[in-house]
Design a binder for this molecule. Structure first.
Ligand code: NI
Length: 255
């Protein structure tokens, strides 16, 4: 089945897993129905690369920020330099930012501080945030409630109850390949209750590859397997679900 209107709201095409064929791949995505991609920066280096990709490909936009797993002793200095980049015309969000408690090699206090600084910035700049929350639901919700930014909790892994709180804040929920995994009970429960006007589709490529390609490199065109699964759960047509998610992304990121 061929679909159109695909908006991948979360990709990492500066990842080295694309080094061998990046240009060839990115030139081919529009012919596979992909109309927009938001490439997320995670460090000063990948933020600059996200801007380069957005310059090169019309259909690309970028989000700029420091990912909790990419925090180093340089991050405070990098934050200052990234601040200078938000005026870039195709920068549509602050991301990827948040908390990573599964891999806990970065102290929580520093993660919380860097996340909070970027939430404050999102209010100053009036930009939406793209939030990473892995095994950090309570701390994530506390900060989101405190600052009430516009934005999305990406690769949502919380409960239905947490999803309700996120929706109450006016935020969106991003769902990707994880909904196709065998053990995907929670994200499917969330998908079921999620109003169609709050869902964003995403890949998080090269990671989170949907079934039947799990284990291989992810790319934006594979989002259709996620969309098909979600359409099945929500008892709707896949193209209609893709169209709705596309409209939601345009609304949130002001594209
Ligand atoms: Ni990501």
């Amino acid at each position: 089945m061929i679909y159109s209107n695909i908006f991948d709201t979360h990709a990492h095409y500066s990842d080295e897993k694309f080094d061998e064929d990046r240009d060839e791949l990115l030139s081919s995505l529009p012919s596979l129905g992909v109309i927009n991609v938001i490439n997320c920066g995670c460090s000063l280096k990948s933020c600059k690369e996200s801007i380069e990709l957005s310059e090169k490909y019309d259909y690309f936009y970028c989000a700029l920020g420091i990912h909790p797993s990419d925090i180093t002793e340089d991050s405070y200095r990098e934050l200052e330099q990234i601040k200078e980049l938000y005026s870039y015309k195709k920068c549509v969000a602050i991301g990827e930012i948040g908390l990573e408690y599964h891999y806990d090699f970065i102290p929580k206090e520093i993660q919380l501080d860097i996340f909070e600084k970027q939430l404050i910035l999102s209010k100053e700049l009036d930009l939406p945030v793209i939030v990473h929350d892995r095994e950090a639901h309570e701390d994530t919700m506390n900060l989101l409630k405190k600052y009430q930014p516009k934005g999305v909790v990406h690769c949502f892994s919380g409960s239905v109850e947490m999803a309700r709180e996120v929706l109450k804040l006016g935020m969106y929920i991003g769902l990707g390949g994880a909904v196709t995994f065998k053990n995907a009970r929670r994200p499917l429960e969330v998908a079921e209750m999620l109003p169609t006007d709050r869902l964003l589709l995403e890949t998080d490529c090269p990671y989170m590859t949907p079934v039947p390609f799990r284990g291989k490199r992810n790319t934006s065109d594979l989002i259709i397997y996620t969309a098909e699964k979600l359409a099945e759960v929500k008892k709707t047509d896949t193209q209609e679900l893709i169209n709705n998610a596309n409209n939601n992304a345009r609304e949130l990121f002001n594209i």
